[in-house]
Design a protein around this ligand. Sequence first.
Ligand code: LIP
Length: 286
Amino acid sequence: HGLAHEITGRHSKTMNVSMSDAALSARYDFAVSVVQQAGAVAMRHFRRSDGLGIIEKGPQDLVTAADHAIDALIRNAIQSRFPDDGILTEESGGDISAQVWVVDPIDGTGNFARGIAGFAISIAFSLNGDTRIGVVFDPVAGELFVARRGHGAFCNGERMRVSTTATMGRAAVEAGYSRRTSSRDYLALMARLLDGGCECVQFGSAARGLAQVAAGRIDGYVEAHLFAWDVLAGLLLVEEAGGYADPFPLEGDGQKGLPVRACTRGLARQLQEAMNGASDPLDKMS
Ligand code: LIP
């Protein structure tokens, strides 16, 4: 991510646009289609043997030619079909407005750049600050995760439900990490999760990890700092699959990035305590 792009608010700040169900439904169908087109582009690049045009934006923060190609594909498609909508993407920044698309062209770029199959394309549509549409596509697994607010969450057409896990000793939790936060805090969080009995995983893509929570394959996703484009679609997947997700406001604090917690309802308090740091077990470890 490096420096978060300057997020300007060219469009109207008043978050009180009304939109018909037909207009939302058209945007949903569009998102489902364009995320799969983007996945095909990602796979063409992923399978190439002649390099991926990798650039280091910051420490362990990579971007590739595929990120830019997919960013352009999605941005051009939105501008052509929905010219009045705002667009905010990881790779080219953009506006926050009452009706805005929030896009991560490749979430898990570190994995993608290293040829590791742990990445996804994430597209969300927000109306008046509320995420109404979320699609996450994992093209390697061929898994299309979709949700509309109030209409449920699905993986390849199958209804998704979060797991019923309510105890840490039975939970599998993904704890994401980036160099935007302190390694000591991360290790302390991991120690609290492990001491609480969790199985801990870290796959390097928040969007894909949140989709696994929605699918009931893991029971929670936590990370100290993420941006809207990493998570808005995945958080909606979890909510529409019956799980809990912390609010992630697009304006205000959300513009600089926020901590993320999404999980089964039974784990919400315990994961909050783990994130807050009831005590720092690292001190005991030194
Ligand atoms: C990634 C996130 C992941 C985080 C990585 C990175 P990107 O997003 O999905 O959870 O741990 O550091 O921020 O940069 O691959 O789109």
